[in-house]
Ligand binder design. Sequence first.
Ligand SMILES: [Zn+2]
Length: 374
Amino acid sequence: MKKKLMHAVILSAACVLCAGHLAAAETIPSGDPEEQTGAVSDPEDTDEALSEVKKMLEVGEETDPTEKEYVSLKEVQVYESPDENGAVAGSLRFETKVEASPAERAGWSLVTANDASGERVHGYVVDSALSRTSNIEAAKEYLTVSADSEVLDYPGQRDGDVIGEVMEYDEVELTGLIGSTWGRIRFLDDELEEKEGYVLTDILPGAEELAQTLIEQQAGRADENADADGVDAGTISESSGSGIFAEAEDHITAGVSENSYGVMVGDPVAVSSDAKLIPLGTFRITHYCPCSICNGPYINGATSTGAVATTNHTIAVDPTQIPYGSKVVINGQVYVAEDCGGGIKTNCIDIYVETHEESDAKGVYYTDVYLLEE
Ligand SMILES: [Zn+2]
């Protein structure tokens, strides 16, 4: 039994070496140990295959570019070819550990991993959705919640969906920290079922201090490694992808300037009095900014359309309702639909603003929204 399990593990580790073994590994059940029984029936075959794989691994050791990486977005699509319009092989959730090696197309990696249901997935993922290091520092603390709060399935208000709530004085287990902003907790939902989800550390007494300690330890480790990952106390590591910091300078145009935090600030554009407006109905208007409360561990000013998010300009929409590129009028001001978010459903619009204070101050309201016909 043990040997068979090992076999499956080694095969799957080797399967990134070549396409043939990708296919071979697909037939090996993974995840549930019960299922492993009978996967390989003949013990001699097992030994033979095992030594063959070992040989392959030895050969591959010097040249194998495979690395362990982590999914850094809430969910990422795995494609059968390095092409976002191609067939989808599966999807992987935040923090899934993957075996990744550079793909033939720049900006893509070839990955192998188990998805949330234990199913083996391989294919191509965009590099910007992967992180060399885990986003979560493990913790194990029992805490008493200091205020009522919703619990999200991802540490970011834009993409996170509510999966439950905790009330003041609830006892929860803190299982991890994402920067100093988010805590991963184990809690009981309405049906008294144990679940894991994310809340802000400001409702978890002691969690922020613990996060600071972990961040300092991590920074110390990074210093030792010389190539520090850029983790400073109180900030969240920057995405390996092209974020606001990387791209901002290339995108300065008239009416747009970069503030000292790297946020692109646009001048408001008022709708002209003779504009043709098509009513879209009443919308729920919310606000987001480039902070880690809104976006999670990866502060990334790149929108889902690739445009650099700009205040007084960028709005996140449900693109099935309002196509990207549409000009949308809210309270007499013209915005452009160029982003989306997990929480942005029909008749919801999220307006990009400069700071979280501004986002909080502007809050949530309902108003009539129009499409600007050009
Ligand atoms: Zn924010």
